[in-house]
Design a protein around this ligand. Structure first.
Ligand code: ADP
Ligand code: MG
Length: 681
């Protein structure tokens, strides 16, 4: 082949018209064509005897047609054709809807292969609308592709055979280096690609798929790791002196070993020539804020400004207050910049940041606007990172020149997944809770327990503790989902008339939310009825009971986050999950909550149940789209490829060696061609 890249229309069987159809499927190059994988397969490779057919399964059998199909006009526009197919021992009734063409192709006394789902109807077997092949055809497993009008799987299959021949003539080096292929028992690329498009049998297909999944995940992980080393320019601001010890000794409590370790990992980063780019993962209540505070303090003492970005106003305000308290007497100027700050105040705050008069700004994504400028922005901390997209992180970074960045994630992310998603970040884990924390006892009950739960809450309020009741909806909704507004009103009039009940939801004005939160924090409000706005980060250590209404409407990680609002102080804490929905899925979720407090275990389970897309919300993870691998189903291969990719890059960081050329090209294809939008920060 002289022409690179080979235009699709020159592949035998394509031509100009089909080239356009392929484009509709997102296929614009030969590479994309041969990596356009079947959605599923029709398995003609193993034929079943009719007597051993299990009703309600899909199968293929070979049989002779008893008579030419007989036409039955059912009603206008609906014609059935019926016949019987028999192998001499047993028979299957064949019904064809509306397809005269298919009916006419079946001839009495001829043998065919029938493929489809067999059902049992009144004691006899029936197959409706079978796929029919001539008996002598050797069709193996037939690929079924995602289709667009004008392209059938049969056509694509033919095209694919030609495309593969041309593709392999180009001798593009295979992505998986030979040594890795042998080490992990993978198939050759040629075998894998040919087989996935026309497998002889299920065994071959499994081998081919594993090899292609491995290839894709290896490429992905290697790319993420390369991104990590790419992204680091020189740090413009370095920490000269480590003041974290001074800060730590001023605290009213002793840090956990894990907190100390993570702080020193970060300080080491900030002293080096490359900017810190680190993810701190810690379960709810593990004390991530104080870690950030130690770094912010140290940065300020070294003449750098910091920015702390939180996903909600409530959380930003809380961080603002915590940090103000923690840095009392240190003369660090702190600003709070959120959407509800008046325009005039905003202007003044921004001036103080630009002039360098203030050392720290805490805010929501209001920080991201163009006119927020800094004099010497050296450190950026984002809290609850998974709520921000990769690009938002980038926007903030661009306000300094290569500032240090710290990302704090409250949703523990399964380790294998964070390896991939945050391949561009170093990871620190706070795997220890502050001393004295007790397990939060968790119970799942139905609504018949409600009276008893109210009594249980009152018992705690009477001893001076506080409680939350969380409802999924703000206002009354049609499907009987508890609404915070009505519920709070009802409780404060009836059951809890003698107590101070507060209401908090996302539709309230910023100022009102603030007022409620600060009343709850001060103990003024005893029972807070809330929506999930309190899900992330809210810290009121005196709260000991968390009741979650309609617990079935929340995902596992969310329940864990909500539960994490209690158990932050010294009092024994409880979480009660109320639900009348006892479907298997709900039951197993609530069971897990009752069994464990370990956020990582819960995250693993959540990922397994919901898949990575939902886990992170709308494609926020910034990963390129995967064609064949699944991050949940292929965890074992994720692990293998993490290991393989690390070894490859250790030996050859720039992928310059001959045997890694194919991988280098594959990484470039996956990341640099299609996903220019990925921020390299
Ligand atoms: P999270 O990791 O969920 O963000 P926070 O930073 O909000 O947790 O900390 C939870 C609570 O624990 C806060 O009230 C904080 O002051 C307290 N805390 C943090 N570290 C310690 C510690 N080492 N010992 C005791 N309390 C701590
Ligand atoms: Mg937090």
């Amino acid at each position: 082949m002289k022409n690179y890249p080979v235009p699709l229309k020159y592949i035998k069987g394509v031509g100009e018209k089909r080239e356009l159809l392929l484009k509709k499927l997102g296929i614009t190059s030969l590479y994309e064509l041969v990596h356009f994988y079947p959605r599923t397969y029709l398995d003609f490779s193993s034929l079943t005897d009719i007597v051993s057919i299990v009703p309600d399964t899909v199968c293929a059998f070979s049989a002779v047609v008893g008579y030419d199909p007989i036409e039955h006009k059912i009603r206008k526009g609906m014609t059935l054709y019926k016949t019987i197919a028999t192998d001499g021992i047993a028979g299957v009734h064949i019904t064809i809807f509306n397809s005269k063409y298919l009916a006419d192709s079946l001839k009495q006394g001829q043998e065919y292969i029938f493929y489809g789902k067999v059902t049992a109807q009144n004691g006899s077997l029936e197959m409706a609308n079978p796929i029919v092949e001539a008996a002598e055809s050797d069709c193996g497993m037939r690929p079924v592709y995602p289709l667009t009008a004008g392209l059938t799987s049969k056509i694509l299959s033919k095209i694919m055979a030609n495309a593969l021949t041309v593709y392999f003539e180009q001798n593009i080096p295979a992505p998986v280096p030979d040594s890795v292929r042998t080490r992990y028992n993978l198939a050759h690329e040629q075998f894998a690609l040919r087989t996935v498009h026309s497998p002889k049998n299920a065994g071959d297909l499994a081998v081919a798929k594993r090899s292609l999944i491995f290839e894709e995940l290896l490429t992905l992980q290697t790319g993420m790791r390369r991104l990590k080393s790419h992204s680091r320019g020189k740090a413009s601001l370095k920490i000269q002196d480590d003041f974290s010890g001074e800060f730590i000794s001023s605290l009213p409590f002793t840090l956990t070993k894990a907190q100390e370790r993570v702080i020193s990992e970060c300080i080491r980063d900030m002293q080096s020539d490359r900017p810190m780019n680190r993810l701190v993962q810690g379960d709810v209540g593990s004390g991530k804020t104080v870690v950030a505070a130690a770094l912010i303090f140290t940065a300020a003492k070294n003449g750098m400004q910091s920015a702390l970005m939180a996903p909600t106003e409530i959380l930003a305000r809380q961080h603002y207050e915590t940090l103000t308290k923690l840095t009392e007497g240190s003369e660090i100027g702190i600003e709070l910049l959120t959407g509800s700050v008046t325009a005039k105040n905003k202007r003044e705050i921004k001036e103080r940041l630009k002039s360098g008069a203030s050392q720290l700004v805490v805010g929501t994504h209001a920080l991201l606007t163009d006119d927020t400028e800094f004099q010497r922005l050296g450190l950026i901390v984002t809290d609850e990172q998974h709520r921000f997209g990769v690009n938002q992180r980038g926007t903030l970074s661009s306000k300094g020149s290569n500032p240090h960045t710290l990302v704090m994630s409250a949703t523990p992310i399964p380790r294998t997944l964070s390896l991939i998603i945050y391949g561009d970040l170093d990871i620190s884990i706070i795997d220890e809770l502050p001393k004295g924390r007790q397990k939060i006892s968790t119970y799942a009950v139905d609504t018949s327990y409600r009276k008893r739960i109210y009594a249980f809450i009152k018992k705690h309020l009477d001893t001076g503790l506080q409680a939350y009741i969380v409802c999924p909806a703000v206002e009354e909704s049609e499907n009987g989902v508890a609404s915070a507004v009505q519920y709070a009103e009802e409780l404060s009039k009836k059951e809890f008339a003698d107590y101070k009940v507060g209401l908090l939801h996302g539709k309230m004005k910023g100022k009102d939310k603030e007022a409620v939160m600060s009343d709850f924090a001060s103990g003024e409000i005893q029972l807070l009825v809330s929506t999930t706005v309190i899900e992330v980060g809210v810290d009121v250590p005196n709260a000991a009971v968390m009741v979650i209404e309609n617990a079935e409407s929340f995902g596992l990680s969310q329940l864990h986050q909500l539960r994490g609002r209690v158990g932050r102080g010294i009092a024994k804490s409880y979480c009660v999950l109320i639900s009348d929905n006892m479907s298997e899925g709900v039951k197993s979720r609530l069971d897990i909550m009752c069994r464990t407090n370990d956020g990582f275990a819960i995250a693993d389970k959540d990922l397994e149940l919901r898949g990575p897309g939902d886990f992170f919300g709308e494609r926020q993870h910034g990963l390129p789209e995967l064609k064949i691998a699944s991050l949940t189903e292929n965890m074992d291969i994720v692990r293998e490829t993490a290991e393989a990719s690390e070894a490859i890059l250790k030996d050859d960081p720039m992928l310059k060696k001959e045997e890694n050329l194919g991988l280098r090209l594959a990484v470039r294809r996956l990341f640099y061609d299609k996903n220019k939008h990925i921020s390299l920060n």
